[in-house]
Structures are given as structure tokens and as C-alpha cells.
Design a protein. Structure first.
Length: 94
């Protein structure tokens, strides 16, 4: 079985709903982030490790968008979340 990359929300990040969007507060850095509805959907899915394909499926099932349309945006969002230290990248099997 080939190893896969997974993403998961890091501990130490609090979140709350603000009208269908989410606000995140990183407790170690005190940085504050806001997420739109699609990014909020992804964030809520990351309570457990998920692959990129898992996240693409969640978005295509939740919004009127194709996998080809949303995959680049999800990849960019995951990179931004990794840079902000709110999501971790996990290599291997979970």
C-alpha cells in the first residue's frame, strides 16, 4: 500500500462559528484567522486526519464545484494553514 499525505488540525487552535464562517485563534501565537464557508467546511473536517482527496470529496459534495475546480484552491488553503501553524501534514498511514 502506497503511503499517502494527510492533514489534521493542530491542537491549541480554538475556533467558533460566526455566521457560517469560522474564526480561529492560535493559542500559542495569539494569531487570529477568519475562514470563509468552504474553508470552514474543510477546517471542521480536519478534526481527524484527511487526505487531499478526502477534502476534495467533502467540498464537491457540499458545494456546486467540480474536483478539478476546487483541488488547486484546497491545496493553496492547506499550504496557508500549514504556514500559519494551524494544520499539520502527516506522511504515511493513519
Amino acid at each position: 500500500m502506497a503511503e499517502q499525505t494527510y492533514y489534521s488540525a493542530k491542537p491549541g487552535v480554538m475556533d467558533c462559528d460566526i455566521g457560517g464562517e469560522r474564526a480561529l485563534l492560535h493559542l500559542e501565537t495569539n494569531e487570529y484567522f477568519t475562514l470563509n464557508q468552504a474553508a470552514s467546511t474543510i477546517w471542521l473536517t480536519l478534526t481527524e486526519p484527511k487526505s487531499l482527496e478526502d477534502l476534495v470529496e467533502v467540498i464537491t459534495n457540499s458545494f456546486e464545484v467540480t474536483a478539478a475546480q476546487c483541488r488547486p484552491d484546497i491545496e493553496e488553503l492547506l499550504e496557508q494553514m500549514k504556514s500559519a501553524n494551524v494544520v499539520e501534514k502527516i506522511e504515511g498511514s493513519v
